[in-house]
Design a protein. Structure first.
Lengths: 521, 272
């Protein structure tokens, strides 16, 4: 089958132990924690209608929060808790990755377990409760030797539902820094690597089905009082748990650098490039991909990741909330100072700029005589604009609109990689694209000038976490990258990443270009 | 023999009700399930409680082992006010047989029978020996039936297990709530007779609720008739039958009238 001879399948497969293992671990921990909370809670509240109703209501509300948002909310929450804990008790913990993912997923698992436990206990035959009393059981004995065993099939069905939800939702924990099968999906979506997307979906579905069937076996075993089914299901679950925990125990590494990447192709390529570079220097390194752009900076500040590439204008506006726009050099100078106050090192610029730019089809721009954003103002009220998920809430957009008096007919949010095609096809009139994106040239689009300099410069800069402030080995490893990636090279790299090449392949190509070797096609 | 005859320590009656009342249904429209009942059950006595559905029979029975608490009046068991004793201890020394067995469906027959001794912390070997003996007593085969689940038994067998379970804690008092009501007539007869023999052999004091007047007359030493929560008649089958109360004589006369109609029918159609 030619479809499976694609090298991306084997690359996807090589990530499987890590992604599947992490996915399994976080799901398992979340489910265990969820059960540990939900079971006692439902037992304690079962005779108190008000409490019971309140609890189920709360759990239902949690359930209506979209999984992605719930996971995202836990990060800032834990960040606050971690700083409070540091101030009050003298210790801090990582608000990134495993912990927020586990807590959010545990919360997510509670509703089915609570509901089924309460229902199961409430549906135990009243005559049997009387019988339990009449033979002289204490309430506790009645609970443990009559009520819970009789309610167990229903409780098990709830656990099964919870397991399916948790395993499915865990794919969304990638943006808060927890490696999961979602890494395939997020990376695949960003780089239009459909092999990865399919692989991730398939792996998550397979895991879900296997767990569901094993738990179903236990559930029917309990219902039919069949020891064989319960044992088979139990052994299956135990094997799965062992397989999940095995990689953790097998590959514990001492010091490993984690290289962050935001959720777009260029970031995937750059993190792969840096990771490769560190490994060549004998340092163990791991990419932490698909991190939300607001989360990644605080993950660096708290040392959860060691380095990543950000853009000067983004830091300027989003992290430090400046509204003025100084010239490039002054901005970098001041950023260095402000970052240093947080013990974050701005190691240097990579050499290219990935700025926001308003982009439209070249022919249309020429026909309308639009060369700059100022020319656009006259037409904007008949036009629609598309941007990525954060663009319209970023300060730059407010600055552009007020400087030029833009008033678009409609604003649409779009997956960045689809925007260019949407602009080319006339689906939208203008997009907020990125200057380093190779798709601008590919679709014959043009980036409009910004004569009033409403859009700040966006030099790609390498940031190091406070704990790597004085890490000479790290600096040596990354020094050769600084100033070596010009916009033309990055555009071509991005174009390749948007095509069929994986970020790892593109990173290799980029590395060869930088070191001056003739790149292989 | 496990169940030797034990002498009751005091001369107090095993069960005594003094002006006992119990209402249900809240403060707005309370229903008096048991209304000022006074009654002594003598040691070794077999008392049947009869009455229509909703007459308060089950409530009266459950007041004895505190499955239900009285609103007023006093219930004593072997001389002790039940309110003064730990309900768990009280229940463990009183056997209770439910209409449908009340067997725990997730436990084997042997586990069901041994449950009270197990709660009491008896040694497993002792429990096994006792369960085997009890099964023999109610004419079940420990090997054949002990490992089965209750739903794998016939109705009659389940009821035998229920009786064995009630006897496992070696109680002196057994309460039975329509124990044989759901059984076919043949099984009901055989079980009734078997239980009556056990009652005598073990020196039990038994209070049994029944709908079946014939069963009450044939098995019980005395019959208590309940109506709307009140005790309307109490005495030997003969005494109760001779009462002037219309309701009671109607109730107690049923078996005789049925017997007369049956013999008339048989005579007319020539069925022997």
């Amino acid at each position: 089958m030619s479809a499976f001879s694609d090298p991306r399948w084997s690359e996807a497969l090589s990530h499987l132990p890590d992604y599947l293992g992490s996915h399994g671990r976080v799901s398992l921990a979340a489910l265990a924690l969820g059960l540990l909370i939900s079971l006692p809670l439902s037992i304690l509240t079962r005779h108190h209608p008000w409490l019971r109703g309140g609890l189920l209501g709360l759990a239902s509300i949690v359930q209506t929060v979209p999984g992605l948002a719930l996971l995202a909310l836990f990060y800032p929450l834990l960040l606050v808790l971690a700083s409070l804990s540091l101030r009050w008790f003298g210790f801090s913990f990582s608000a990134f990755g495993f912990l927020p993912a586990m807590l959010a997923l545990a919360l997510y698992s509670m509703l089915p377990v609570l509901r089924n436990t309460l229902t199961g206990l409430a549906n135990v035959d009243g005559d049997l409760l009387q019988a339990a009393q009449a033979v002289g059981m204490t309430p506790r004995q009645s609970l443990f030797s009559v009520e819970l065993p009789l309610a167990m099939p229903v409780i098990m069905a709830g656990i099964r539902t919870a397991a399916v939800w948790v395993i499915g939702t865990a794919t969304l924990s990638t943006p808060i820094g927890q490696t999961s099968l979602g890494n395939y999906i997020f990376a695949g979506l960003q780089t239009q690597n459909w092999v990865f997307v399919l692989f991730g979906c398939g792996a998550a579905a397979a895991l879900t089905i296997i767990v569901d069937q094993l738990l179903a076996l236990i559930e029917t075993g309990l219902r039919r009082r069949s020891r064989l089914r319960i044992t088979l299901g139990g052994v299956g679950v135990a094997l799965l748990v062992a397989a999940t925990l095995w990689p953790t125990l097998a590959m514990r590494q001492a010091t490993s650098y984690s290289v962050g990447a935001k959720t777009f192709a260029e970031q995937y390529v750059l993190s792969a490039l840096i990771t490769d570079r560190l490994r060549e220097h004998g340092l163990s390194a791991k990419a932490r991909e698909g991190l939300g752009s607001n989360l990644i900076f605080s993950a660096l500040a708290s040392g959860d990741i060691d380095l990543y590439v950000d853009y000067s204008g983004t830091l300027w506006a989003n992290q430090f909330h400046h509204t003025n726009i100084p010239p490039r050099d002054k901005m970098l100078e001041q950023l260095k100072v402000e970052l240093a106050q947080q013990h974050i090192t701005l190691a240097g610029e990579l050499g290219f700029e990935n700025a926001y730019a308003l982009v439209m089809p070249r022919r249309r721009a020429e026909a309308l005589g639009i060369h700059s954003i100022a020319d656009l103002a006259a037409h904007s009220n008949t036009m629609s604009i598309a941007g990525d998920y954060e663009f319209f809430s970023r300060p730059e957009w407010a600055a552009i609109r007020s400087s030029y008096g833009l008033q678009f007919r409609a604003e649409r949010q779009m997956q960045p990689d689809f925007m260019y095609a949407a602009a080319a096809s006339g689906e939208v009139d203008v997009i907020a694209g990125y200057t380093s994106d190779g798709l601008i040239a590919k679709y014959d689009l043009v980036a409009l000038d910004d004569p009033r300099q409403a859009i700040p410069p966006y030099d790609a800069v390498l940031l190091l976490s406070p704990k790597r402030e004085n890490d000479a080995a790290l600096r040596d490893a990354i020094a050769p990258l600084l100033g070596k990636i010009d916009i033309a090279v990055m555009r071509e790299a991005n174009l390749r990443a948007a095509g069929s090449a994986s970020p790892t392949d593109v990173a290799r190509w980029l590395s060869e270009r930088i070191s001056g070797q003739a790149p292989k096609k | 023999m496990v169940h030797e005859l034990r002498k009751v320590g005091t001369s107090d009656p095993p069960i005594s009700f003094t002006h006992v009342s119990r209402s249900f249904g809240g403060d707005l429209r309370p229903v008096r399930a048991v209304d000022d009942v006074s009654l002594d059950v003598a040691s070794g006595e077999f008392l049947a409680i009869v009455g229509a559905s909703g007459s308060g029979k089950t409530t009266l029975l459950r007041l004895v082992n505190r499955l239900i608490e009285a609103d007023s009046g006093t219930v004593t068991v072997e001389g002790e006010d039940v309110r003064q004793v730990d309900p768990i201890r009280l229940r463990r020394r009183i056997g209770y047989v439910f209409q449908n067995g009340g067997l725990f469906p997730h436990m084997s027959v042997a586990a069901n029978i041994g449950i009270t001794p197990r709660l009491e912390g008896a040694a497993e070997r002792e429990i096994t020996a006792q369960v085997n003996e009890l099964m023999a007593l109610v004419r079940l085969d420990p090997v054949e039936h002990g490992g089965r689940l209750p739903q794998e038994l016939s109705g009659g067998q389940r009821q035998r297990v229920g009786v064995a379970r009630a006897l496992a804690a070696r109680p002196r008092i057994v309460l039975m709530d329509e124990p044989f009501g759901a059984l076919d007539p043949l099984t009901r007869d055989a079980l009734g007779d078997d239980y009556r023999a056990l009652h005598r052999k073990l020196g039990l004091t038994t209070v049994m609720i029944t709908h079946d007047m014939t069963e009450a007359i044939l098995l019980a030493d005395r019959i208590a008739v309940m109506r709307d929560g009140r005790l309307v008649a109490l005495g030997t089958p003969g005494e109760v039958s001779a009462t002037s109360d219309a309701y009671v004589s109607e109730l107690l006369g049923t078996p005789r009238r049925q017997a007369e109609r049956l013999s008339a029918l048989f005579a007319a159609t020539g069925i022997a």
